[in-house]
Unconditional design. Sequence first.
Lengths: 119, 119
Amino acid sequence: MSFDPATLTFDANGLIPCIAQDADGGEVLMMAWMNAASVARTLETGRVTYWSRSRQSYWIKGESSGHVQELVELRVDCDRDCLLALVRQSGPACHTNRRSCFYTALREGDEVEIMTPTE
Amino acid sequence: MSFDPATLTFDANGLIPCIAQDADGGEVLMMAWMNAASVARTLETGRVTYWSRSRQSYWIKGESSGHVQELVELRVDCDRDCLLALVRQSGPACHTNRRSCFYTALREGDEVEIMTPTE
């Protein structure tokens, strides 16, 4: 491919945030981090692959849970320091078994759970 | 309010990423950063207020351009280290005058501009 992930702007740890959005419904599912190699792997394999900061290793989303993210399109922002992945999400995106990680809303000063875990 | 922004998880610079999404159409508009005080200001004023890393100052979105973001709802993710702001965006969100900052798509290895500036 002619696109070179090295042309993106990475932070001091060599990472760039990537927002995953449901390609069909538009729901924002999660945000995680990628390094240049995981950007390349994501584009090559069509399977969204983050970099796990806690494990310091590639994180092929859904590899253990089966809750994979099939890449529909990867987009770059104006500053080239944030990515948006349009995905087809199998099952819940969140490790809490909720569809999205953003299941807590702030309403009138309180935290309100607006999504329940599946099953 | 009972919600305390200090309960969020901030990075080494005291910042947390905030994704802005159009509350009606669902479009992901931009991602920028907040510190605890800008989270509080956003909730108090209903005007999305980031922290500008380049200027090291509050960044009331649209204060100079008029392209304000009216907060509809702020959400917190499972790890409490990322925010999602549902907003009503006046005009373009991007400083390039495009509706969204994510106007560059990677298609078959090439960067493709999928949005044109307004006007």
